[in-house]
Each structure stands twice: as C-alpha cells, then as structure tokens.
Design a protein around this ligand. Structure first.
Ligand code: GLU
Length: 403
C-alpha cells in the first residue's frame, strides 16, 4: 500500500508508530482470548483524579461544548503560564502558550510551521518513535545522534556540537526520557546550552512530559530556565497525559516566542482547530487543583522501577540500566542475539526478540529498533507490582529457554 502512486511522498518517509502498534496488538490478542501482559503502552495505569473528572462533568453541564479559541481557552492558557512560573521558574505570558490535542500536535504544529526541505532536526537516540518521524512528514530530515548506556543515555555536548550543520533547525530534548527514563541535571543542560549559544540558528524543542516522574530526589531542570538567553529560541512543551493520568483526554501544551506560537496556531487553525473544550476545562483543574498526589505516584513508580530493574538483570542475556525517571526501562538484549527459541527460531534482532517473547510468553514489549538503538527493548512499567512480577518472571523464563 505504501508504494501506491496514490499515496504521498511524505507517507512513504514514515512508518506507523511502533508504540501504538504494540499496544493495539496486545489489545487484539487479549480480545482473542490470549493471556497477554501488555508492557508496550506508555501510559499511567492510575485513574484520572476525581477532581479533574468532576471539572469535566461541570463543563458539560455549563454547555462548554463548543469550539474554543484555536490556542485554547484563556483560563487554561493562564493556568499554563502560572504552571511554568510556579514549577519551572519560566516567564511566559498566557499569549505565549498554546493548547493542543496531545503532545504530538505540539510537535506537528512547530515543525510544519518551521521546516523546509533539507532542514535538519537533531534527534538523540534512543528516541521516542514520533520524534524521528514527525520531522520527516513535515518535510525535514531527522539527524540521529546516538547516546550510550554508559553515559546514562544522555546527549553529550561534544556529540551535539559534531551533529550541528548550517541546515540544523531544531534540537529535540526529552528528559526524563521516553524510552530510557534518562534525566538531565541543570549541570548537564548547562553543557548543552553552551553549545547552543555558539550556534544561534539552532532552536530547541524540550519535551518535559515526564517532569513529575523522577526518582531518588532527582531535581527536574529545563533548558530555558538553565540558560535564559535561549528563551527566544526554545519551545517548552508539556502536557497533562503523564502527570495527571489523562492520556485519553488529549491535552498537550507548549510555550515559546510569540511569533512561533502564532505560526503554530495558524497550522492548528487549518488542521485540528483546537483541543476538545471539555478536556481543556479538565486541564484547568489539573493544573490549578491539588497537586499532592504527584509525589506518592512518583514513589509508586519508583518502587516498580526497582522491582523491574532487579528482575530483568536476573534474566540471562539482559542488562538493564537503572533510570532516573519516567516509567520506562530500556534493557539491552545483546546477550540473547544469535540464540534460538525452543521452536528453533533464531533471535537475530531485537524485533525477533520482542515477537518471540510475545509468542512464547504473551508479554508485549516494544523492540529497540523502533527507538533507534539496538539490540534493546522498551518496557513500560506503568502497571501493578503483581503484573510486573509475573511479566518479569515470564521474561526470565523465556530468556532461560533460549539456546
Ligand atoms: N507516549 C506513549 C508511548 O510512547 C504513548 C504512545 C505514543 O503516542 O507513542 O508509548
């Protein structure tokens, strides 16, 4: 189908999202009666807090059910500006913010508004699948810079410097990271900022979606706060999905220079128009209501991280780094490459590993090639301890069965 002359060149440059595909596959297999543990979906298992749900019910009762301003309702834009000030020490006016239907729409708006053919976007790997593909569909090129497990999967200033060309338009930063959970201290970001100061044509999109899921007292930092001279070429992005367990409500948001936000709004006005009115009212409550559940939830995720890291490191052939945040681990499966399953299938790649694991033990994970760093795989541990324990036992059993 993708080679049909009917289809666009842009489509030919991208693939379906692997994270979404694995989640869907797990759902289908479960519906077909198989005993599947889905560790593919990157979404919190906690319900949306009650006060947020109630705010949505009230919005419906008030008939807040019509089109809103393209950039979002003023109440939410004000709440976003206040959030950036309160939590990140960033000074944005409400008019410098935009609300979108989910985080991906922030990236689409920004890149459709700014990329021309040949423009380059630097994407540190392992990357969330969509960071790589969205620049391509918007007409640009993605330039992958590998990071290493031994460097904590953090982009080094030297690697960034080496990747910058006259065509570089954007650098994407995401910490805590999907898929590795790696986070950056202010000190790490200082090094990145120093490189960017030497290259004034490079903008930075920082996706801070996992800001509230950090462990062991790690302090969150974001680049425009670390280096205010970068304010006028930084797009600071965040959303309600991960912090407030609101993945299905589809609320992403961003703040940046006036001209960029205006350009993004032009794109949005000709595409999805705006985020859902009811979700926007729910998001006002999320950002302005009680925040006390955030720390206990991060603690719950930390306990799950510890469980998963320890159990995966006991699986033969796997090596699992201990991440600082988010709810993902990104173990290497180099030790099982070249081995065979009980059925005689050879594990040549991490895609083979993920497929055979699903087949043999019913555990769905996302293969590392989708994130640009192999051989590895991603586990989302946003599920109960009991399920994680069972899943890790199955993974251990699968690895032990390989010859
Ligand atoms: N952020 C989640 C993930 O990585 C949601 C799925 C997606 O949009 O990629 O699994």
């Amino acid at each position: 189908m993708t080679s049909s002359p009917f289809l666009s060149h842009a489509l030919g440059r991208i693939k379906p999202s692997a994270t979404i595909a694995v989640t869907q596959k797990a759902r289908e297999l479960t519906a077909a009666g198989r005993d599947i543990i889905g560790l593919g979906a990157g979404e919190p298992d906690f319900p949306t807090p009650d006060n947020i749900k109630q705010a949505a019910f009230r919005a419906i009762d008030r008939n807040e059910t019509r089109y809103t301003a393209v950039e979002g309702i003023p109440e939410l834009r004000t709440a976003i500006a206040q959030k950036f000030k309160r939590e990140n020490g960033l000074d944005y006016k409400p008019s410098q913010t935009i609300v979108t239907p989910g985080g991906k729409a922030v990236i689409f708006n920004a890149f459709l508004a700014t990329l021309n053919p040949g423009d380059e976007v630097i994407v540190p790997a392992p990357y969330w699948v969509s960071y790589y593909d969205i620049p391509l569909v918007c007409g640009g090129d993605s330039v992958v810079v590998q990071t290493l497990a031994q460097d904590g999967f953090r982009l080094s200033p030297a690697a960034l410097e080496a990747a910058i060309t006259p065509r570089t338009k954007w650098l994407i930063l995401n910490a805590p990271s999907n898929p590795t959970g790696a986070a950056y201290t202010a000190q790490h970001l200082r090094g990145i900022a120093d490189v960017l100061l030497r290259h004034p044509h490079v903008w930075v999109l920082t996706d801070d979606m996992y800001e509230h899921i950090l462990y062991d007292g790690f302090e969150f930092a974001t680049i425009a706060a670390v280096e205010p001279k970068l304010y006028d070429r930084t797009l600071t992005m965040n959303g309600c999905s991960k912090a407030y367990s609101m993945t299905g409500w589809r609320i992403g948001y961003a703040a940046g220079p006036d001209a960029l936000i205006k350009a993004m709004a032009t794109i949005q006005s000709q595409s999805v128009s705006m985020a859902t009115s009811i979700s926007q009212w729910a998001a006002v409550e999320a950002l302005t209501g009680p925040q006390d559940f955030l720390v206990p939830r991060a603690k719950a995720f930390q306990a799950r991280r510890d469980l998963v890291v320890s159990m995966l490191n006991q699986a033969s052939g796997l090596q699992c780094p201990k991440p600082e945040g988010a709810f993902y681990v990104y173990p290497s499966c180099a030790g099982v490459i070249g081995k065979h399953t009980a059925n005689g299938a050879e594990i040549k790649t991490d895609e083979d590993f993920a497929r055979e694991l699903l087949e043999a033990e019913g555990v769905a994970v996302v293969h590392g090639a989708a994130f640009g760093t192999s051989p590895a795989f991603r586990i989302s541990y946003a599920t109960s301890d009991a399920i994680l324990e069972e899943a890790c036992q199955r993974i251990q059993r699968f690895c032990a069965s390989l010859r």
